[in-house]
Design a binder for this molecule. Structure first.
Ligand SMILES: O=C(O)CCC(=O)C(=O)O
Ligand SMILES: [Fe+2]
Length: 260
């Protein structure tokens, strides 16, 4: 029998460090199939607050991921939230996986769409882009959260806070999160009823004693493969994940990180 050493020597190095901690990190399936980036675009659905990308992931990829994610050790929320935390009733898997975050950023259309979000060629587009994203976007938060909501589960109204995140490397980069990323893997098309993410825009400052009715809530309907980004931190809108009425809602959550 050939010594093991020899076989290993000829094995090409993986292009990402994800194998270095094999066994601990999930063996995430490849992002296939995907729609060509040129067919995707970023929609400004609530300017400055919410943008979406439809079909960032295909229905097939979402379906495959739901079966893969079902094999992970999801943990049901402990009944009582910590003081100041929102009531979240769902099953969650959370992991720090810089390689997966980097793949989700670069191997999908996300990076290109976010970095080109303000048309190149526009005067001052760099500054506009920085204004929109809250700085120079470096990538996605390696802290990846997977949510599964079954019938009766929900995420009560809350604000998402900004966190400091260090990107390893030489030199390392200090960043902070500015926008939440939610990637929906299920929808009514897969039997998930309810579970919409609902945002409550703040009423305008009523300097002129306005009697306008409060702004309508913005309801983000679940859509398979849709990526939703919303501003968080100081300018976060109050929002919630409505109760799931039928089926299962699956979401992958991360955040945009900008250089500090
Ligand atoms: O699951 C949702 O629709 C919302 C999730 C959310 O608000 C969060 O992760 O902070
Ligand atoms: Fe949230």
């Amino acid at each position: 029998m050939a010594p093991k050493k020899k076989a290993q020597k000829s094995t090409p190095k993986p292009s990402t460090p994800s194998n270095s901690t094999a066994g601990r990190l999930p063996n995430w399936p490849p992002f296939q199939p995907l729609i060509p980036q040129s067919d995707l675009s970023l929609q400004d659905v609530l300017p400055g607050q919410i943008v979406t990308i439809r079909n960032l992931w295909t229905a097939t990829l979402c379906k495959n991921y739901v079966s893969f994610l079902s094999s992970l050790p999801l943990i049901t929320t402990p009944g009582k939230p910590k003081k100041g935390d929102a009531v979240r009733v769902n099953d969650r898997f959370q992991i720090d996986d810089p390689a997966f975050a980097a793949r989700l950023w670069s191997e999908t259309a996300l990076k290109n769409l976010v970095l080109r979000s303000v048309h190149d060629g526009d005067l001052g587009s760099d500054a506009k882009r920085k204004e929109l994203w809250g700085g120079e976007v470096v990538g996605l938060n390696p802290n990846i959260r997977i949510y599964r909501y079954s019938k009766g589960q929900f995420f009560d109204q809350h604000y998402d806070v900004s966190n400091n995140v260090d990107f390893a490397g030489s030199p390392p980069i200090s960043t902070k999160t500015t926008w939440t990323l939610l990637l929906y893997l299920t929808s009514p098309a897969t039997g998930c009823i309810g579970g919409e993410t609902v945002f409550y825009p703040e009423p305008e400052l009523r300097k002129k004693k306005g009697k306008d009715p409060p702004p309508e809530p913005f309801v983000a309907e679940l859509e398979v493969g849709l990526a939703l980004l919303h501003r968080h931190g100081a300018d976060c809108m109050l929002h919630e994940g409505r109760e799931v009425l039928e089926g299962e809602k699956w979401v992958i959550r991360s955040d945009l990180c900008v250089r500090k």
